[in-house]
Design a protein around this ligand. Structure first.
Ligand SMILES: Cc1cc2nc3c(=O)[nH]c(=O)nc-3n(C[C@H](O)[C@H](O)[C@H](O)COP(=O)(O)O)c2cc1C
Length: 271
């Protein structure tokens, strides 16, 4: 029996897939949960899952408490490093909260088209509050920002997937980057190999917003990949209703971009 199988019933109770492989994948995806974030406050639960965990903890419910504590402990362990997995790990961060976002769809397309040696994980900005210096002073860095920081630090590289609003950077995305810059921005961004791609409904495919990101990325000190560009224009025609990238030229360009990006990340690591 796999060491993770003990969580089988708890995962079923939480409405999650609960084979040993599912549980292992869940742990790999969400590790490490920072020590100062309670399990019930982890950003990956929905409201009812968080409530279940919180209630059982408060009630000290004998049938669940041990498993909940063990799951919490298992999630604190560091994620396996890229060398252990034999792959270059990239975190693709979508800058749109929209459920049917073209940019989140583009991030998933990148995952599907990534070369074999590149393991790409998709993250979104859900749960990150508006930056407020008073909130930071009274409560510190919010849990969702800390969790995103942990995801970025686990990866070898960052792929920003940006929408375009009014020829510029979307406030939601900039807000998240601003929060991250307050959560030890140097460790998160300085010298980090970073790619920038995007999709928009207009004819220039985020050309303006990608340009508008440059001063911020320069200040943060990332190593920006400039060997190619992905500007998905008229996104409403490039993706199908399920969010699959159906434009053949777009697929080819994205695959070529990712191959070049992988090379760039490997070279950056070798330096
Ligand atoms: C406030 C706002 C401003 C926009 N400005 C632009 C723009 O300047 N250029 C453009 O191509 N599309 C613009 N759009 C359309 C976006 O490309 C479209 O909403 C797209 O779906 C956003 O990305 P998402 O699908 O990932 O959420 C704008 C949309 C909004 C909501």
């Amino acid at each position: 029996m796999s060491e993770h199988y003990r969580f089988h019933e708890l995962f079923a109770q939480l409405g999650l897939p609960n084979s040993a492989a599912d549980i292992a994948a869940f742990l790999q995806r969400h590790r490490p949960l920072p020590n100062d974030v309670l399990l019930a406050d982890a950003p990956f639960w929905d409201a009812s899952q968080a409530q279940f965990i919180r209630e059982k903890k408060q009630q000290d419910a004998p049938e669940w408490i041990q498993l909940i504590d063990q799951l919490s402990e298992a999630l604190r362990e560091p994620a396996p490093s890229h060398s252990a997995l034999g792959a270059t790990r990239v975190l693709a961060l979508s800058g749109s909260l929209r459920q049917a976002s073209f940019n989140t769809a583009l991030a998933h397309a990148a995952k599907a088209l990534a070369p074999q040696g590149l393991q790409l994980e998709v993250a979104t900005l859900h749960g990150i509050p508006l930056y407020d210096g008073d909130l930071e002073a009274s409560q510190g860095i919010p849990p969702a920002v800390q969790a995103l920081k942990a995801q970025i630090l686990q990866a070898d590289a960052l792929l920003l997937v940006t929408p375009e609003y009014n020829n510029g950077v979307p406030g939601v995305f900039k807000n998240a980057i601003d929060w991250l810059s307050r959560a030890d921005g140097k460790a998160i961004f300085a010298q980090r190999p970073t790619g920038l791609i995007g999709a928009s409904m207009g004819g220039f495919g985020t050309l303006s917003s990608q340009t508008a990101w440059l001063p911020t990325l320069k200040l943060l000190g990332v190593r920006l990949y400039s060997g190619g560009s992905v500007l998905v224009s008229r996104a409403q025609n490039a993706f199908d209703a399920q969010g699959a990238l159906i434009d053949a030229a777009g697929q080819k360009n994205l695959a070529a971009y990712l191959a070049g990006f992988e090379e760039f990340v490997l070279q950056a690591q070798a330096r």
